[in-house]
Structures are given as structure tokens and as C-alpha cells.
Write a protein that binds this ligand. Structure first.
Ligand SMILES: C[S@@+](CC[C@H](N)C(=O)[O-])C[C@H]1O[C@@H](n2cnc3c(N)ncnc32)[C@H](O)[C@@H]1O
Ligand SMILES: [Zn+2]
Length: 344
């Protein structure tokens, strides 16, 4: 299906009926000129900054919106010069990006676009969305690519047709939603017969280490920071990172000491994980991830067995489910063949 097919079939997330989309917008990807999309039942969805908006201004992911606008390019491969996001994306997909050339892809929780920048060029058709105004950063990063549709929308109420996508992907997101189980159930609805759901999730730690997290400084600090206004929370994590990063940089060279210091200093540290990156890029990445880890409203964890069960409970066959990347990575396939798709 083309961009036009998906633009024509945008639907009201509340009433599930087709929206009236101006004809001149159908063939071009975003940015769309201003205006609005209307639903025959009276809902109005404005197009702001080139992007159709389907969400309220206030929601639990506001801090993410600010984060991705501040660190707009930090994690992009086109910025770091290393294919860190591409490697993760291909591993989660279970195939090279070239395998997407004739596929329709729905990317959910796209953030600033570390995966979007690859998907836009690789996919036959790409629709990306995010709950927060991270979409503004995403558009800035990816507008020059192959045309794609970008929406500010909630994965639990998506304004796109069901059972219409070859690939629905959601990386780095589910643990931050109110209920990962409900989010997966919603995502699965959009996978066409024969299509694939690609997800990952933070993993449950062994009981001993999971009890240990409550003894580390990160636990109380996050309980305070996540309740602050997003701008205040961001200022705090920048200050924390400025103080702690030079110490963590030094101690990261000594594993036993690093373990102890990681309990005392609640900041992220990737000097050892990404030796290929220049120090100033790692420092920026640490600052970003310190904010990410200390201001997220929801932070769920699931075991590989739980993720496997969730995927199967929504009518998909688990193709793959194992520890990896940020925790657990999984793929589920909807039984049937693509020709059986209804796309309603
Ligand atoms: C940690 S970021 C990951 C972004 C991107 N996938 C990446 O890996 O860089 C989580 C993203 O999920 C988005 N998000 C959280 N809940 C969502 C929901 N219900 N619907 C859509 N996006 C959501 C947030 O706004 C945020 O941009
Ligand atoms: Zn409506």
C-alpha cells in the first residue's frame, strides 16, 4: 500500500470512522500544510508544524517530548557516525533492512527518529507516530528522506486502519506505557495476516538484584524527578550528569568499583558500552539517558516468558523471544496470509 492508501484511510481514534483528508495532502508525506482533519461525528484534529495531532497537550509522556527536542540528534546513527541503531533494528526485525522494501511499516513510539531515519528509506511505506511532541524532532531529523506519514497519536488509540501493516514495530516504548499488556494488545490489532509485530521490553532482574535497585540512589532520585515539571526535571538531570559524569568516566575502567559507584551515582554511563564513540558524544548520550531513566513515569519489567505469553495471548505466534538489547526482544506473527487482510 502507498502513502496515499494510508492517508486516505486515516480514521478518527474515537469513532473509528474515516477522516476527511484534503485531497492535496494524499500523495505527499509530512510535513502537511496547516489546517485540520475532521471526523463526520464532529471531532477535529489540527495539523500543527506539518503534523496531524491526535493527542491532548498533557499526558504522561510530556518529559519524553522535551527530552527528544533537547537531544534531537544524539542517538541518530547519522550523527554518531556508527550504525548502533541500525544494528539493533535489524537484529529486532530478524532480517536486513533491505527486506522491508515492499513492506508497509507502522513505527509506534518513534521518538526523535533513531529508527525512523533508517525505516523511512528502507520501508515500502512508513507510518510513524508518537504520543509526545517528540514528533517535532522526528520530522526535523527525517523530513529529507523518502516521504512518510508522521502522526502525534497514542498507540492505544491509533488513527490508522487495523490489520493493514506488514510490520508493526515498537522499540524502547512498551515499558513506559501504563500497561504493556494492553499496549501489545492494541499494537497486534494493526498487524495484517502473515505480518509481524516487533517489540522489546525492559527485563525483570533476578530477585536479589531487583531488590538491590531500591537500595541504589537512582530509586529515590527518580521518585522525586519524575514528579517535577518537565523543564525542571531536565535542568536537574543536566546538573546531575555534569557532576557525576567525570567521576563515572574514571571509575568505569575498574569493573568492581564501577558497580559500587553505579549504585551511588544515579547517572547513565556508556563509556565502556560504546568504545567506538568519541568521548563528547558518549557524554551527551549519558546526559540524555540520565534524563530518560530518571524522569520516565512508568518503568515496567517483564521476563522473556511473560513477553512470550503476552504475544501469544493477543493471537500471534511467537517467532522469536529472547534476552537481548535493552532487555527482552520478541517477534510475533499473525497467522494467515497477506491476501486475507481486511484493513478496516
Ligand atoms: C524511550 S523513548 C523511545 C523512542 C524511540 N523508539 C527510540 O528508541 O529512540 C519512548 C517513546 O515512547 C513514546 N510513548 C510513550 N507512550 C506512548 C504511547 N502510549 N503511544 C505512543 N507513544 C508513546 C514517548 O513519547 C517516547 O517518545
Ligand atoms: Zn470522531
Amino acid at each position: 500500500m502507498s502513502i496515499r492508501d494510508f492517508a486516505e484511510r486515516l480514521q478518527c481514534p474515537k469513532h473509528s470512522i474515516p477522516l476527511e483528508v484534503p485531497a492535496e495532502l494524499l500523495d505527499s508525506g509530512v510535513p502537511w500544510p496547516g489546517g485540520e482533519l475532521t471526523c463526520p461525528s464532529g471531532c477535529v484534529f489540527p495539523i500543527v508544524g506539518g503534523i496531524p495531532r491526535f493527542t491532548q497537550r498533557e499526558h504522561y509522556a510530556n518529559a519524553f517530548g522535551l527530552q527528544w527536542r533537547r537531544y534531537q540528534r544524539t542517538q541518530l546513527d547519522s550523527y554518531t557516525g556508527h550504525p548502533i541503531s541500525r544494528v539493533r533494528l535489524e537484529r529486532c526485525l530478524g532480517m536486513p533492512l533491505s527486506g522491508l522494501s515492499d513492506k508497509s511499516v507502522l513505527e509506534c513510539g518513534a521518538g526523535a527518529g533513531r529508527f525512523t531515519e533508517w525505516l523511512a528509506d528502507a520501508a515500502g511505506t512508513l507510518v510513524s507516530l508518537d504520543l509526545s511532541d517528540a514528533v517535532d524532532a522526528n520530522l526535523k531529523n527525517c523530513a529529507g528522506k523518502k516521504p512518510y506519514l508522521l502522526l502525534q497519536a497514542d498507540i492505544r488509540h491509533m488513527p490508522v486502519p487495523k490489520r493493514a501493516f506488514d510490520v508493526v514495530m515498537c522499540l524502547g516504548v512498551l515499558q513506559h506505557t501504563p500497561s504493556p499488556e494492553e499496549s501489545v494488545a492494541s499494537l497486534a490489532e494493526y498487524v495484517k495476516p502473515g505480518g509481524t509485530l516487533v517489540i522489546d521490553h525492559y527485563v525483570k532482574r533476578p530477585v536479589f538484584s531487583s531488590a538491590g535497585q531500591y537500595l541504589s540512589m537512582g530509586f529515590p532520585v527518580r521518585e522525586v524527578l519524575k514528579r517535577l515539571a518537565p523543564e525542571t526535571g531536565l535542568r536537574a538531570t543536566i546538573a546531575l550528569s555534569a557532576i557525576c559524569d567525570p567521576i563515572r568516566k574514571r571509575t568505569s575502567r575498574i569493573p568492581a568499583l564501577d558497580l559500587l559507584v553505579s549504585r551511588l551515582l544515579p547517572t547513565a554511563c556508556y563509556y565502556k558500552a560504546f568504545p567506538e564513540l568519541a568521548d563528547d558524544i558518549v557524554r551527551e548520550w549519558n546526559e540524555l539517558d540520565t534524563h530518560d531513566g530518571l524522569t520516565d513515569w512508568y518503568k515496567h519489567r517483564r521476563s522473556p516468558a511473560e513477553i512470550d505469553a503476552i504475544v501469544r495471548s493477543v493471537g500471534l505466534e511467537t517467532v522469536y523471544c529472547a534476552r537481548g538489547g535493552n532487555g527482552v526482544e520478541a517477534r510475533g506473527r499473525r497467522p494467515g496470509s497477506a491476501s486475507a487482510s481486511s484493513g478496516t
